[in-house]
Design a protein around this ligand. Structure first.
Ligand code: SF4
Length: 259
């Protein structure tokens, strides 16, 4: 697919840092373009790491990571927390039926993948059918990889997994690659208000971001009083967070969120 542009969809987390390390070392080719979606809700640590570590390192080999703001590039009807009309886009919990249910993660596709696709198309004239998108899953993420491999984009040859197809890397090896570069440990990369966070992630939020999440929940409850950010359907500031690591939770390192 030599006429296709190679586009790295950077997620800002551990696997993305491993891809950056491999590019800087020359173990991966340089992508034609690199982009990270800016949902408007990422933890500040993600941007700090990007600006202080990844961007300077990649600049040494001539690679720039473009920030693509969802507020600017997502479909206009999908730029808010509620779509127009009225569907909650984040994977919040709901007790509307009397039992605890969950919304789908429309935000991931709308604010990340689709926003980057629209940006590519409108600023670089690269349509989705003309680029191979790099996704940073490592080979221990079989369930996520297999789901993408069943999709039309993979079958059309439009998706590449550099940590599987090029340099076979698991999560532990990704961490080792980052350490070998002398870079600090990458931060978790997910939105500070993401309902898919486990209790240990909620606990790890800086106070200012936790308070933002509390306020954010109150705002969405003005439109949907049954929507909650925590799986217990308890207001966030009333939750008694568990001490144990939550096995369900996984950060959005790949830029593809919790698929
Ligand atoms: S981190 Fe959570 S809230 Fe943010 S885009 Fe991904 S699924 Fe949505």
């Amino acid at each position: 697919m030599k006429d296709f542009k190679q586009v790295w969809s950077c997620g800002g987390g551990t696997q993305s840092c491993a891809i950056a390390a491999l590019i800087v070392r020359g173990d991966l080719p340089k992508p034609d373009l690199a982009a990270i979606a800016d949902t408007g809700y990422e933890r500040a640590t993600t941007w700090n790491y990007l600006d202080e570590v990844l961007r300077p390192a990649l600049a040494t080999v001539g690679v720039e990571i473009h920030s693509v703001k969802a507020a600017e590039w997502a479909k206009p009807s999908m730029r808010g927390v509620f779509s127009n009309p009225g569907t909650l886009l984040i994977p919040a919990y709901t007790n509307e039926s009397g039992e605890i249910g969950k919304f789908s993660s429309f935000c991931s596709g709308a604010w990340k993948a689709n926003a980057v696709d629209r940006w590519l198309s409108q600023t670089h004239g690269i349509t989705r059918s003309k680029c191979v998108k790099w996704i940073g899953f490592s080979y221990d993420e079989a369930r996520r990889v297999n789901r993408m491999r069943e999709g039309a984009e993979f079958k059309a040859g439009l998706i590449r997994f550099p940590l599987i197809d090029d340099v076979l890397t698991n999560r532990a090896q990704a961490i080792a690659l980052v350490e070998e570069m002398g870079w600090p440990t990458p931060p978790r990369s997910n939105c500070w208000m993401c309902p898919n966070q486990g209790d240990h992630e909620w606990r790890s939020l800086p106070p200012a971001e936790f308070l933002q999440a509390v306020e954010f929940e109150r705002e969405i409850q003005k439109r949907d009083p049954n929507a909650f950010l925590h799986r217990s359907c308890t207001p966030l500031d009333k939750v008694n967070f568990e001490e144990e690591e939550d096995l369900f939770s996984r950060p959005c390192d790949s830029g593809m969120c919790f698929i």
